[in-house]
Design a protein around this ligand. Structure first.
Ligand code: DMJ
Length: 664
């Protein structure tokens, strides 16, 4: 079949050669011409037919080649090849809106051999079909991938929500659930601690008056805030409470009010807690600070008063701290958001580490939480920390202050019995004491640590003052912090039960530390101790740097005086305590409360305008106890947490060798 495109040309030729045409220039050759004409015509025709068949059989199937090329091109550079109209979807396939389909393509394939415009047109259509198919395939795959991604995101979201719901339900169940009835250890010895002699009674009364002044001003100017700014006479807060108003001073001060017999004030505090203390706040708090001040404060208030609300609140708060343990190692984050449960560490801590004195100061409170709630989870969490620490290598037998909760490796090798390390050692000893001396693993860890501390950190100065330095950058820094002064009391408290019958040695060590710390107070103008003091060359117990000369109403030195008083009844401890109380009253008291001072070597120091909550919880409590009889909170019934909140020794508690806790 000829192509219609060829017909006009052939007819023109035929017409020119036809017998009826006027082109007969050679009449005498007519017959010959007719013959040759026929022959030529036949020749042309056969040539034409041959050409057509040749085209059919021998020309390459360009459509097939184009199909392949197009496909590849489309895959590689579809956006360059032809911009696609927006909004196309996978339905624009071969059977879709293209108008062609498989049959049309096949038809087109045959038409190609015809050549010409029609052929190119069909060819383009075919290309377009193929493009559509390929694009449709890609788009479908893309849509499927998107769908899968969306699904997995939704799935993850759903899983998180389910988990959140479960935690919330558990919390609700616990909230609603009556906490089990456990015997409340008898609040032994609360008979107002009358010291007997009028002189001491007067001092005791003076301390009580100082407490009233501190509390009264907080009550008036900062009620519900965390702390008081006694000069500005308004509320104060720091990042340890997540800048939320949790009434830290109220909770921290409750038990001091109670043991001083300030029951109206105590009731006020209790009422505020009942009505306002809510832990479902969007606040990122310090796990350690909230534990020692809030949980410790609430538990002590519960044990002293028997008021259920304190126990309930402590249990609710403890629940909020649990997510901080969700780390690869179980070593908790330093901070946790009370609402979301998201935890993290302080930005300043070495290589993302958690701090030894923070994650190592949870044990006492958590043992009591398990006891009161009947839920072993709290005990398990702190026991896990203990086991992990116990099995770790320690440089020179010392515990570095930094531990990475992700890797479980030590951070910087800095060891201190002061800031960043202090209460970890204290809680090893007190874990043993609170267990009625059954937790021998804790005692052993305490004894071993103390041995390393004595060997590497404790030295005598040129003038014979015993001090505890810090191990830093491979050498001993001959500097002692105010915070480290608590260790005198700890050594005395741990003397009984120390290995190799070294009780006398440790009591003596406690006395030496008490003496050194007293010296650090005595060498100042205000008779109040600096934040840190040196033992270098001619310097003996004095702060040299301006930023170490402040006193922020800290308790550690008075704490050690009190323990030393209880164990020795040496009157010098009451004397030293009284000196400190008078200095505080003289230099830190302002109309609106008590304030820290910026330079203890200056006769007219600037105030820092903060009344720390630990001033009411600890400093005034230890002073009051120092001028009270020993039967007020006797040490064979009570263990004080690191914020001076008394918790009863659990006589019925037994820790088994496998680390289980049993309350008989
Ligand atoms: C208190 O919060 C606690 O005693 C803690 O262990 C460390 N220091 C402050 C008071 O100085």
């Amino acid at each position: 079949m000829a192509s219609p495109a060829l017909l006009p040309l052939s007819s023109r030729r035929m017409a020119a050669l036809s017998p009826g045409s006027s082109v007969s220039f050679y009449p005498h050759h007519r017959a010959t011409l007719r013959l040759s004409e026929k022959f030529i015509l036949l020749l042309i025709l056969s040539a034409f037919i041959t050409l057509c068949f040749g085209a059919i059989f021998f020309l390459p199937d360009s459509s097939k080649h184009r199909r392949f090329d197009l496909g590849l091109q489309d895959v590689l550079i579809p956006h360059i090849e032809q911009p696609r109209p927006a909004g196309r979807d996978s339905r624009d396939g071969p059977q879709g809106g293209g108008g062609g389909g498989g049959a049309a393509v096949a038809g087109g394939g045959v038409m190609v051999h015809g050549g010409g415009e029609e052929h190119r047109h069909r060819h383009r259509e075919e290309e377009e079909q193929l493009r559509k198919m390929i694009r449709a395939d890609h788009e479908r795959a893309l849509e499927e991938a998107k769908e899968k991604l969306k699904k997995s995101k939704d799935q993850i979201r759903a899983e998180i929500q389910t988990e959140k719901n479960r935690v919330a339900q558990d919390a609700k169940k616990r909230e609603g659930k009556q906490l089990p009835k456990v015997p409340i250890p008898k609040p032994v010895g609360i008979n107002n601690g009358d010291p007997g002699d009028p002189e001491t009674r007067e001092k005791q009364e003076k301390i009580k008056e100082m407490m009233k002044h501190a509390w009264g001003n907080y009550r008036q100017y900062a009620w519900g805030h965390n702390e008081l700014k006694p000069l500005s006479r308004k509320g104060h807060s720091t990042n340890i409470f997540g800048n939320s108003q949790l009434g830290a001073t109220i909770v921290d001060a409750l038990d001091t009010l109670f043991i001083m017999g300030l029951f109206d004030e105590f009731r006020d505090g209790k009422e505020w807690i009942e009505k306002n203390l809510d832990f479902s706040v969007n606040a990122e708090v310090s796990v350690f600070e909230v534990n020692i001040r809030f949980i410790g404060g609430l538990l002590a208030a519960y044990y002293l008063s028997g008021e259920e609300v304190f126990k309930q609140k402590a249990a609710q708060l403890a629940e909020k701290l649990l997510p901080s343990f969700n780390t690869p190692t179980g070593i908790p984050w330093a901070m946790v958001n009370l609402k979301s449960g998201v935890g993290r560490n302080w930005g300043w801590a070495s290589a993302g580490s958690s701090i030894l004195s923070e994650f190592g100061t949870l044990h006492l409170e958590f043992v009591h939480l398990s006891y009161l709630t009947g839920d072993p989870i709290y005990y398990k969490k702190v026991l896990h920390i203990r086991k992990l620490l116990k099995n770790m290598d320690r440089p020179h037998g010392l515990y570095p202050n930094y531990l990475n909760p992700r890797t479980g490796r030590w951070g910087q090798h800095h060891t201190s019995v002061g800031g960043l390390g202090d209460s970890f050692y204290e809680y090893l000893l007190k874990a043993w004491l609170v267990s009625d001396k059954t937790d021998t693993e804790a005692r052993k860890m305490y004894d071993d640590a103390l041995q390393a501390i004595e060997k590497h950190l404790i030295r005598k100065s040129n003038s014979g003052l015993t001090f505890i330095g810090e191990w830093k950058n491979g050498h001993l820094e001959r500097k002692m912090g105010h915070l480290t002064c608590f260790a005198g009391g700890m050594f005395a408290l741990g003397a009984d039960g120390s290995p190799d019958d070294k009780a006398g040695h440790y009591l003596q060590l406690g006395a030496e530390i008490a003496h050194t710390c007293h010296q650090s107070y005595d060498k100042t103008v205000l008779k109040l101790g600096p934040e840190a003091f040196k033992f270098d060359g001619g310097t003996e117990g004095v702060a040299l740097r301006q930023n170490e000369k402040y006193y922020i109403l800290r308790p550690e030195v008075i704490e050690t005086y009190w323990y030393m008083w209880r164990f020795t009844h040496d009157p010098k401890y009451r004397q030293w305590g009284w000196e400190a109380a008078q200095a505080i009253d003289k230099y830190c008291r302002v109309v609106g409360g008590f304030s820290g001072v910026k330079d203890v070597y200056s006769s007219s120091p600037a105030y820092d305008d903060v009344q720390q909550s630990f001033f009411l919880a600890e400093t005034l409590k230890y002073l009051y106890l120092l001028f009270s009889s020993d039967d007020l909170l006797p040490l064979d019934y009570w263990v004080f947490n690191t914020e001076a909140h008394p918790l009863p020794i659990l006589r019925s508690m037994n820790t088994t060798l496998s680390g289980n806790i049993v309350f008989q």
